[in-house]
Design a protein around this ligand. Structure first.
Ligand code: SF4
Length: 215
């Protein structure tokens, strides 16, 4: 398939929205979680790991350790053995145990609903907080992962490939109630077409509207 020449200006949000809705109308969070607590755990585990890797570990973890108190009571070295198939598993084990203890001490064992409080928890940065806010509580937030960050740059929405810039770019181009869905759609786009190595522009639904910055 021959691809059309790249668009000369940043991709128009309306064209992007239409293409994303046509291609991935059902895009949603790929992490396995039954409630906001499990989602927080899965999101902390997701750094540098695929959703499939995280979901396999979550299935094992939640069979044995279902509660905040249960996790807080663990020794992080024991938890690390359960997480050992994940990248950075020793750090993640320590962060999870410490986050569970912080929830018990500061939040009555509940996951807080504010970005500020979430980001004070061990293992929680801006992206993890956004995943929990958006998917756990329905509070609009942009989770700028590697796909969203890369695509915002390639679409010409950011001058540099930086998560904070991508977050601001998505927020500026879509209504708040769409942010979570747009992020999931951009992640699907990144996995299926706009890969870091060898993006498949000729098959991409945004091909005609994308300036392909940096490609
Ligand atoms: S795959 Fe190509 S056309 Fe599609 S968003 Fe990425 S750079 Fe643009």
């Amino acid at each position: 398939m021959e691809k059309p020449p790249p668009c000369l200006v940043p991709a128009a949000p309306a064209a992007v929205a239409a293409a994303l809705d046509r291609s991935w109308p059902d895009a949603r969070c790929g992490l396995y979680a039954r409630d906001d607590w499990e989602l927080l755990v899965a999101a902390i585990l997701s750094a540098r790991a695929t959703d499939v890797q995280v979901n396999k570990v979550m299935a094992v973890l939640m069979e044995h350790v279902v509660s905040v108190a249960g996790l807080a009571a663990l020794d992080h070295r024991d938890l690390a053995r359960v997480l050992r198939r994940l990248p950075l598993y020793p750090q993640k084990a320590r962060a999870l145990v410490e986050a569970a203890r912080a929830l018990l001490v500061h939040h009555d064992g509940k996951v807080p609903r504010s970005r500020e409080a979430l980001e004070r928890l061990p293992g929680v940065g801006r992206k993890v907080a956004a995943v929990v806010l958006g998917n756990g509580f329905g509070i609009p937030a942009v989770a700028a992962d590697v796909h969203v960050t890369r695509i915002a740059f390639r679409l010409g929405w950011t001058a540099q490939e930086l998560p904070r810039a991508a977050e601001t770019a998505v927020e500026a181009r879509f209504p708040a109630q769409e942010w979570v869905r747009r992020c999931h759609q951009l992640i699907r786009l990144g996995r299926e077409h706009c890969r870091r190595q060898a993006p498949r522009c000729e098959r991409c639904p945004l091909c005609a509207d994308c300036p392909r910055q940096g490609v």
